[in-house]
Design a binder for this molecule. Structure first.
Ligand code: 6PG
Length: 509
């Protein structure tokens, strides 16, 4: 083998499900890879898979048994991609690369779900050793293999080198329809369409945007799960019948990847029992933390994301299975109501609109959060571009993202999606059905925190007056926290001696 053949374009560390598929995607797009993992079996696995999928004579993936060997197999300056779990493993790999002799002009790309502040700290920490660049990846294993959505951020110098690679491996979209250009077979590549990879901004901003993507993902999933629960436990439809309803919805306004896979999950039968597998899956939701981080960030920034946060709570409450089982024997709900088929059909239509409206609010919350975070951290985020790179490849991909991109194309400075004419009209037209669906779920005794928190968000956002006037009075009563007055344009703070009959309000500043 000649020296030229040995030197690879990219070093890849971490060959789990995402890593292995990203390696094969890179290989399909003409990049040869030096691959390393702490587990030898994973290295063998990716080489074997590459052998079966590679249509050329020349191997595209070279296995390395150490960090030093990995660096020696690469063209310089080195370009290394990490796909390792967020947190300590990222630092561990960075330290090992330093030990193996990585150079200051080498680039290391972290593609995991790192907490964005960790990315900011790492860029600073390692800047004398190498250039840390972050690029969040969404799309699960299929996305990684055939085209993910990529959210790169960090040094523009590093981005110039990474851009052609990222644009090659990313999912592609037909810019006119906003629909993904499907790539499903090994060896297949797509060179047309808009790539779902766009530079987000300075270090950490890409991981922040991915974190919010996941927050929206939590909300989107929870909204669909509540609809399933209402249809199943509330209205008595089977998993197969609900799959039929969702499939129909997936051909219209609610078209999305998450709706699509939900249909497949609902139709799946257990090999052991022949019944719908969904009935056999334990109702305790897991979570790796990105939804929680989104909720925490929204609370810290004072930006309401009740539907996203509610989706995190829904997972938490699901984990209290034993407690819920105990409470279910003690606490009563409404008496079951016998509904006619026609009444059920009406409720199904109302539920459809409720999902659509709640989804619009969840996205509005996520995008407003990114806007406030950008202001706080001095990032210039291009929201139309973010919506565009989420149209394909990622978990929340949906044609709906095209409407969000259009809203930000109309006004790049839009404060909140609810103020865009398209979203305002869609919500206004369907809000009555949304309310009815929330009432129906309440009367059926089925929890629907995401659907109703979104409605409450909508009602709060459209209320010129909220009861915070009374709240300010309460705060002033017990803590002299002061309040402003609507009848005075002086912007001054007032305090009342609540127990005194002598004085009413006093200006304290
Ligand atoms: C993606 C997913 C991905 C992963 C989540 C799941 O965009 O590809 O969001 O990041 O599946 O980490 O998160 P939970 O385990 O918290 O549901």
């Amino acid at each position: 083998m000649t020296q030229d053949k040995i030197l690879c374009d990219i070093g890849f560390i971490g060959l789990g499900v995402m890593g292995k598929n990203l390696v094969l995607n890179l290989a399909d797009n003409g990049f040869n890879i030096a691959a390393f993992d702490l587990c030898d079996e994973k290295i063998k696995g990716v080489i074997e898979q590459d052998k079966t999928e590679n249509t050329t004579e020349i191997p595209r993936v070279y296995g390395c048994s150490s960090y030093t060997e990995l660096l020696s197999q690469l063209k310089t300056p080195h370009l290394i991609i990490l796909s390792v779990p967020a947190g300590a493993p990222v630092d561990q790999v960075c330290e090992n690369l330093i030990g193996a002799g990585i150079q200051p002009d080498d680039i290391v790309i972290d593609t995991g779900n790192s907490l964005w502040v960790d990315t900011v700290a790492r860029e600073k920490k390692y800047k004398t050793n190498f250039l840390l660049f972050s690029s969040a990846v969404s799309g699960g294993e299929v996305g990684a293999r055939f085209g993910p959505s990529l959210m790169p951020s960090g040094s523009p110098y590093a981005w110039a080198r990474i851009k052609p690679i990222w644009e090659a491996i990313a999912a592609k979209v037909d810019p006119n329809t906003g629909k993904p250009l499907e790539r499903t077979k090994p060896g297949e590549i797509i060179t047309t369409g808009e790539p779902c990879a766009a530079y987000i901004g300075p270090a950490g901003s890409g991981h922040y945007v991915k974190m919010v993507h996941n927050g929206i993902e939590y909300a989107d999933m929870q909204i669909i799960c509540e609809a399933y629960h209402i249809l199943n436990a509330g209205l008595g439809f089977s998993a197969d019948e609900i799959a039929d309803i969702f499939e129909q919805w997936n051909n219209g306004l609610l078209d999305s990847y998450l709706m699509d896979i939900t249909v497949e999950v609902l139709r799946h039968k257990s090999v052991d029992t022949g019944t719908s597998l969904v009935y056999l899956i334990l109702d305790k939701a897991g979570q790796k933390g990105t939804g929680l981080w989104t909720a925490v960030s929204s609370l810290e920034l004072g930006c309401p994301t009740p539907t996203i946060t509610q989706a995190v709570y829904a997972r938490s409450i699901s984990s209290f299975k034993e407690l819920r089982t105990q409470a279910s024997t003690l606490l009563t709900g409404p008496q079951p109501v016998a509904l006619t088929n026609q009444e059920k059909q009406v409720q199904i239509e109302q539920l459809h609109d409720a999902i659509y409206c709640a989804k619009m609010c969840a996205y509005a919350q996520g995008f407003q959060l990114m806007k406030l975070a950008a202001k706080e951290h001095g990032w210039t985020l291009d929201f139309a571009s973010i919506a565009k790179i989420w149209r394909a490849g990622c978990i929340i991909r949906a044609t709906f993202l095209q409407s969000i991109a259009h809203a930000y194309d109309r006004n790049s400075d839009l404060e909140n999606l609810l103020l865009d004419s398209f979203f305002a009209e869609e919500l206004s037209e369907r809000q009555l059905n949304w309310r009815k669906a929330v009432c129906n779920a309440t009367m059926l005794g089925i929890p629907h925190g995401a659907l109703s928190s979104a409605l409450s968000y909508y009602d709060s956002m459209r209320s010129e007056v909220l009861p915070a006037n009374l709240l300010q009075g309460q705060r002033d009563f017990f803590g002299a926290h002061t309040f402003e007055r609507v009848d005075k344009a002086d912007g001054k703070k007032y305090h009342v001696q609540w127990s005194s009959t002598e004085r009413e309000t006093i200006v304290i500043e």
